[in-house]
Design a protein around this ligand. Structure first.
Ligand code: UTP
Length: 254
């Protein structure tokens, strides 16, 4: 069984003052809120239930999905990081049972493919192992992301690869590759145990990548080099890019 978690409780400081009026995750991409597109991505990848993590300031999200029987909510009372947000949804997402959970960042879209389906296929082909979406990034942006440490050769184009772990925001000199985690994760439910015992890391936040790294020490982890493009709608420039990318895709009939 696979459920999904979409963390959407962040403060959205990079998109102020707009985020005082509307959560960044609900910004329209054409006629649809971004979160609506992301929930559909999870459904199409096979998620039976999707838990959206919100804050008390983001009730608008709950109202929007009121009639969706496969969507549930969890609250993050304090913004203590992505890993902490995911942990708040553990119970609602059935994290105590054996299985896997998709995690889709609520402010990241992937244009050109269903990234979550690619992760589900990668996992299924590798005995149910965890898998994360990866994207090549230019050297000067490496220190903004979680970067994968590949085991063996990196495929020349899109495709799966075995990885040893993830390093959070390394300097370009220390980075094990140029492959950044791109906003989509399919994780063994063991992740919730690692999150529950995860010490705060960078910025004093509970980092999902720190828990994934600990999990990867004892369990296989795969990456999938994305054929699509990750669009970060958490800042005005990224949002504008996302609008253009989706308009292009619609014009091509994708
Ligand atoms: P970001 O780090 O991009 O979101 O997290 P943020 O904290 O809202 O960003 P800024 O820096 O203030 O602009 C990626 C996703 O994880 C969620 C966010 O809502 C976003 O969808 N998130 C992040 C949480 O749910 N809780 C957190 O504590 C942090």
């Amino acid at each position: 069984m696979m459920n999904a978690i979409i963390p959407a409780a962040g403060l959205g400081t990079r998109f102020l003052p707009a985020t005082r009026a509307v959560p960044k995750e609900m910004l329209p991409i054409g006629a649809r809120p971004a979160l609506d597109i992301i929930v559909d991505e999870a459904r199409a990848a096979g998620a039976e239930k999707t838990v959206i993590v919100i804050s008390r300031a983001k009730e608008l999200i709950r109202r929007y999905f009121e009639d969706a029987p496969d969507v549930a909510f969890a609250y993050q009372e304090e913004q203590r990081g992505l890993g902490h947000a995911v942990l708040q949804a553990a119970e609602a997402a059935g994290g105590g049972e054996p299985g896997r959970t998709l995690v889709l960042l609520g402010d990241a879209l992937v244009a050109g493919c269903n990234a979550s389906s690619l992760l589900a296929e990668t996992s299924a082909a590798n005995g149910g192992a965890s898998a994360v979406l990866l994207e090549h990034v230019p050297r000067e942006r490496i220190s903004r992301y979680g970067i994968a440490a590949p085991r063996g050769a990196v495929p020349p184009g899109p495709g799966p690869l075995r990885i040893d772990g993830i390093v959070e925001k390394p300097s370009p000199e220390e980075a094990p590759s140029d492959l950044a985690v791109a906003g989509r994760y399919l994780l063994d439910n063991a992740i919730f145990g690692f999150l529950a015992t995860q010490a705060p890391g960078l910025k004093g936040e509970i980092q999902l990548t720190d828990a994934i790294r600990r999990m990867a020490a004892g369990r296989p982890l795969y990456g999938y080099v994305s054929p699509g493009r990750r669009l970060d709608i958490g800042n005005p420039d990224g949002y504008f890019e996302a609008l253009c990318a989706f308009r292009e895709a619609a014009a091509k009939g994708e």
